[in-house]
Design a protein around this ligand. Structure first.
Ligand code: FNU
Length: 227
């Protein structure tokens, strides 16, 4: 069973270099009304080391994702994932372009959710990445990952690629606000979670902003899909 439930929500990206600020934000999001998860990426990890994963886990009860975008040989990739899970991560994000042997190695650890990147959000992703997105979505289904990343910046791609996977795989979509997508763009096209970083942590009142975004997304989903 996956650690993240397949229901609409927001994953707050803690891309903050100040550890105290990150811890406070994690505490605030933990108390916010709605369905949330937290995501630690490389900038925060480079400031706090693996212990930042444990510290964030201590102050919050919501799922925690380590977004290391792991992309190395099977042995090294599974070492990185193991360190993140042991520190308290419920899920890790890895690249799928490295191949099925790496994905299998991390799944076989059986220590938490495995989320594979199927298509990235930035404009350059159409140059190379996009040519293999369909194949990578099919691999996610075949190998049995828990979740995949699809771009909220290209809702039509979320719609198309989400149809290639099964209902048991959750879809997380970054790209909201700072990268140009509107709240709800991904969720109304098949995603489960929208990932939001700057629009929340750079706002005056991050918890209120997160709650307002959550409401906006749920309302848009309800109006569009009769949910
Ligand atoms: P914000 N992220 C992304 N695009 O933006 N994991 C991807 O294709 C991807 C990601 C992450 O723009 C990015 O690393 F696979 O400030 C950052 O943590 O809202 C977050 O999603 C977006 O941050």
């Amino acid at each position: 069973m996956s650690k993240l439930s397949k229901k609409p929500g927001i994953i707050v990206a803690l891309d903050i270099k100040n550890i105290d600020f990150a811890l406070n934000l994690a505490k605030e999001i933990d108390k916010a009304k709605g369905n949330y998860a937290l995501k630690i990426g490389r900038p925060l990890e480079m400031q706090g080391g693996k212990s930042i994963i444990s510290k964030i886990k201590e102050v919050s009860n919501i799922p925690l994702i380590y977004d290391g975008k792991i992309a190395d040989i099977p042995f090294i990739s599974s070492e990185i994932a193991e360190i993140a899970y042991e520190a308290g991560a419920d899920a890790v994000i890895m690249h799928s372009f490295v191949g099925s042997d790496v994905i299998k190695e991390i799944i076989n650890l059986n220590m938490g959710d495995v989320i594979t990147v199927v298509e990235m959000t930035h404009p350059g992703a159409v140059e190379y990445y996009q040519h293999y997105s369909e194949k990578m979505a099919e691999a996610a289904l075949k190998l049995g990952v828990n979740g995949i990343v699809l771009p909220a910046t290209r809702p039509e791609r979320v719609k198309k690629l989400s149809k290639l996977i099964s209902d048991s795989i959750y879809i997380i979509s970054p790209g909201i606000k700072a990268q140009g997508a509107k709240p709800g763009d991904a969720i109304i096209n098949g995603a489960d979670y929208e990932v939001v970083g700057r629009a929340i942590y750079e706002s005056e009142e991050p918890r209120k902003t997160a709650e307002a975004l959550y409401q906006e997304i749920i309302e848009r989903k309800r109006l569009t899909l009769n949910f």
